[in-house]
Design a protein around this ligand. Structure first.
Ligand code: ZN
Ligand code: ZN
Ligand code: FE
Length: 764
């Protein structure tokens, strides 16, 4: 018998390959193919050297790509032959850190089926242990302080592994081999329950007491993965009301959590795609339609038909929601903060901030390094459509089509995220929030520092919004001045367009039509833009059409007063404020007089082409809502009111690059006088905007030959408008790009900013 010649091969793999069971996977494959050699983590990925027969090595290399572990992601795979080195076995050897290298970090992942089985197995040593995890699941991004990803560089550093845990940790064949957050009841974090007038209790008893509190209708603060939640019984109207009162939360809907899919489906309808999203490893909040039979308290989501619901994603959540007779199917699980503040995540701070809101605290002693909110998605056109991209997704990079030197995109003002790039990776941050108070701004700056350190990024170019007063712009301007870096100020709606292109991996020199529809964005002419029909690419844009300007009485404050917005639009169109119209009735005579003189003398009435405000005006005009407690509330309720069977619509006038809504208001008022019900009026209004989109796209196609259309901006969160526009555009032969990886709202702006800066600075 003659042995095949032994050869050698070196492999270098980049991607998400650390902390996801990659080395044991390689170890097992080496055994399957009788190879010797080693595997090790480097600060830029994983390195492998193997010796063996050529056929075995080929099969080994194929298997790496074909059988990649669930949480791993291979972005680059390089092999090179080498001389055999006479290894006698295959080993996992020590990491080799290099100062400037970087690797993507895995997001936090929901508990895996294996761990869940052990959690409820009375014979397992981690039976009912709220912090059970393994290489396939558990905390990652929220506990990592630095790379390479090793336990001393996580918030698990303070917990010394016991002998059995250590044994699993060093055994390449164990599911917990090098699972950095691994722990057990003997050596790991512990849960405790604290409430006034109750002695502190630990372990299972803590969970029992917390459940008792919930059953009694009390409000509980729960420390989770990326921060604190506030929880209460979703079926108890007093509890939900009280939570809303204490949190000082407007009418924004609360998120819900269910133990499992069955529990969620008792209250919501979900198709196969929506079920898959609910059960995905990321476990986002999914927006679903509530079943009429469900008895969820109305105060959970006032005025809404859809509910934001997620499945329990940590072992602690599973224990908290464990089904039992008389225990609620669903808990409200809203972020632990006062309205507008960032979510609490540090224990001392949470205690102070949540004291007046929560009756009791379910705590644990595993520190959270990075605050991360729950993600929110909905399903659109058979795919995920992100509303808020955070836990489970961040900091997974968006893969770019080209490599650029490092860039920082500062993002927008509302729903802020920032973005740093390195090579082909765009690391879009978790949701930071509205940059309007000191806490959020601080969390923004710390977040940028953390990302730059974690991914070893030193931005060479900066990008921010054109609006000089956004706190993110102020930050970017200061930094550009301090570090003498080039700064690109990117127009908001151009950034939306670019974000949508990057989201779709667009790398064609052809321009696209960009329908950038949102509430507000700073225009170079000083007006507030938002109903923009653009033609452009990453480099630049033209604005062939936009919604005609209307005065915005009171500026930003107008988002809370749809009635005033409606009257401003009527005034602009020269339509009389008839006594019977709902917004006229809403304002007293004196208010109307003041408003009229404000409009006539241009007192604090900046001009706007905002489509978001047009929706607000329509909502007020037909009597859906006159005052809003949060931005977009009137538009959301207008959408809910729309009758999907209605086919009627109104014309808007398109002339000289302007879209004039005057004829639409006339027709809407005439229909209102004729007694057409609100649901048909609303649908006709929606249909009009969808038809308008098609009409202008047709004109632009004739003029420019462009047939690709990108839909971006917060208005496209309106599902009725989105689905109808999609259908019309596709039927007419357009290719439509919509957001799939990053939000269509301002949460995606930072990605667009970096693309515009990259192309303008590096590609000519
Ligand atoms: Zn697991
Ligand atoms: Zn242990
Ligand atoms: Fe926007």
């Amino acid at each position: 018998m003659s042995a095949d010649p032994i050869t050698g091969c070196q492999v270098h793999i980049q991607g998400i390959v650390q902390g996801v069971g990659f080395r044991p996977f390689i170890y097992l494959l080496s055994m399957r193919y009788h190879l010797t050699g080693w595997v090790r983590n480097t600060s830029s990925g994983v390195e492998i050297e193997v010796n063996g027969c050529p056929d075995d090595i080929t099969a080994f290399l194929q298997a790496i790509r074909a059988e990649t572990p669930p949480l791993a992601r291979i972005d680059r795979f390089e092999t090179a032959p080498c001389a055999p080195d006479g290894y006698s076995s295959f080993e996992i050897i020590e990491s080799l850190p290099q100062a400037d290298d970087f690797i993507p970090v895995s997001p936090d992942m929901s508990i895996c089926p294996d761990c869940q089985r052990e959690l409820f197995d009375p014979h397992d040593r981690r039976y009912r242990y709220p912090f059970i995890n393994c290489t396939n699941c558990g905390p990652r991004f929220t506990i990592i302080q630095d790379i390479p990803y090793d336990r001393p560089k996580t918030t698990m550093a303070g917990f010394n592994m016991c002998a059995p845990c250590r044994h699993e940790y060093v055994d390449p064949l164990d599911r917990r081999f090098h699972a950095q957050p691994t722990a057990c009841p003997d050596c790991g974090p512990q849960v405790s329950f604290v409430a006034e007038d109750t002695p502190r209790v630990d372990g299972d008893e803590a969970i029992r007491l917390a459940r008792q509190f919930l059953r009694q209708g009390k409000i509980l603060a729960v420390k989770g993965l990326g921060g604190y939640h506030l929880a209460c019984d979703a079926f108890n109207p007093q509890a939900v009301d009280e939570l809303r009162r204490r949190k000082r939360r407007s009418d924004r809907p609360f998120a819900l959590m269910a133990f499992d899919l069955d529990a969620a489906l008792r209250h919501c309808t979900a198709d196969a795609g929506e079920r898959a999203l609910l059960e995905s490893r990321q476990r986002p909040i999914v927006l679903l339609e509530q079943k009429p039979s469900s008895l969820i308290a109305a105060q959970v989501a006032p005025g809404q038909q859809s509910l934001g619901i997620m499945l329990a994603y940590t072992p602690l959540h599973l224990l908290l929601l464990e089904p039992e007779e008389g225990f609620p199917d669903l808990l409200v699980m809203t972020s632990g903060n006062l309205s507008e503040e960032p979510i609490a995540y540090q224990d001392a701070d949470a205690k102070i901030r949540l004291q007046g809101i929560a009756d009791g605290f379910l705590l644990h002693d595993r520190p959270i390094h990075m605050r991360v909110d729950d993600s929110v998605l909905r399903e659109v056109d058979g795919g995920p459509y992100p509303i808020r991209r955070s836990r489970g997704y961040a900091p997974d990079p968006i893969l770019l089509q080209r490599e650029f030197p490092p860039i920082l995109g500062a993002g927008a003002e509302l729903k802020n995220t920032f973005c740093v790039t390195r090579e082909k990776y765009a690391f879009l941050s978790h949701h930071i929030g509205d940059l309007e108070n000191l806490e959020t701004l601080q969390s923004y700056q710390e977040g940028i520092q953390h990302f730059e350190r974690l991914f070893r990024v030193k931005p060479e170019v900066l990008a921010c919004d054109l609006h000089p007063d956004y706190l993110s712009s102020v930050y970017a301007h200061q930094r550009a001045a301090g570090q003498n870096l080039p700064l690109y100020q990117v127009q908001h709606h151009h950034a939306h367009l670019a974000a949508c292109l990057a989201d779709n991996g667009w790398d064609s020199p052809e321009p696209v039509i960009g329908l950038s529809f949102d509430g507000t964005g700073y225009g170079p002419d000083g007006a507030i833009w938002g109903g923009e029909f653009l033609v452009g690419d990453y480099h630049g844009y033209q604005r062939p059409y936009h919604l005609a300007y209307a005065p915005l009485p009171g500026g930003d404050a107008s988002v809370h007063r749809p009635a005033r917005m409606a009257l401003a639009h009527l005034w602009q169109a020269g339509i009389e404020w008839e006594a019977g119209l709902p917004p006229v009735q809403d304002l007293c005579a004196e208010e109307r007089t003041v408003l009229r003189s404000q409009l006539e003398h241009h007192i604090n009435t900046p001009l706007t082409s905002s489509l978001g405000r047009l929706f607000d005006a329509a909502a007020a005009l037909i009597g859906v809502r006159q005052k809003a407690t949060y931005e977009g509330q009137a538009a959301i309720e207008l959408e809910i009111a729309a009758d999907p069977h209605e086919q009627g619509l109104y014309e808007l006038e398109i002339k000289d690059g302007l879209v004039d809504p005057g004829p639409l208001w006339q027709a809407l008022i005439a229909d209102w006088h004729n007694g057409l019900p609100v649901n048909r009026l609303s649908a006709r209004f929606h249909n009009s905007i969808a038809q308008l989109s098609l009409q202008i796209c047709r004109i632009l196609r004739t003029d420019t030959n462009v047939r690709n259309v990108a839909l971006s901006g917060g208005v496209w969160q309106n599902r009725y408008l989105l689905e109808r526009s999609l259908r019309l555009l596709r039927e007419d032969g357009f290719h439509v790009l919509l957001h799939r990886q990053v939000p269509t709202n301002d949460g995606g702006i930072a990605l667009g900013q970096i693309m515009v800066a990259a192309y303008n600075h590096f590609i000519h």
